[in-house]
Design a protein around this ligand. Structure first.
Ligand code: ZN
Length: 135
């Protein structure tokens, strides 16, 4: 169960990179991609990636600096269902670095604060060895 969900998340993360490659970023991908997935039991309800050079009014309200939208914030701000069900969901972070390796995606302090308000059942992230850990 869990293993197949993890595999699905990892597969979508990689597929999205290749989609970006197809759009012409195939020469040198200059950044890593940080994803947040929101899951209910074995189903992925929603996911988002971080955006660079693009700020969001909610980012400022939540005390983020600079012009990056972290994937955790984006996933919650764009969540297409009522946010009062978030406490039934698990949150999964995964990062694919510029060498196409799974890398550390532990939420930053600001995101950890922000996502703690929603009482997710579990928060998982990939560590620097590419393995899943529970926050
Ligand atoms: Zn963050």
């Amino acid at each position: 169960m869990r293993a197949s969900l993890r595999e699905k998340i990892t597969r979508i993360a990689y597929q999205n990179l290749y989609k970006h490659h197809d759009k012409g970023l195939n020469n040198k991908r200059k950044r890593s991609f940080h994803y947040t997935f929101l899951t209910l039991r074995n189903n992925i309800l929603h996911w988002e990636i971080n955006l660079e050079n693009k700020s969001h009014p909610e980012s400022f309200r939540q005390g983020y600096f600079g012009s990056t939208q972290h994937s955790e914030l984006r996933a919650i701000v764009t969540f297409p269902h009522p946010t009062n069900i978030l406490n039934k969901l698990d949150l999964w972070n995964i990062r694919i670095n510029r060498h196409n390796e799974v890398a550390n995606s532990r939420p930053c302090e600001r995101c950890e604060d922000f996502i703690s308000e929603f009482n997710f059942r579990h928060i998982f992230y990939t560590n620097s060895k590419g393995c899943w850990e529970l926050l």
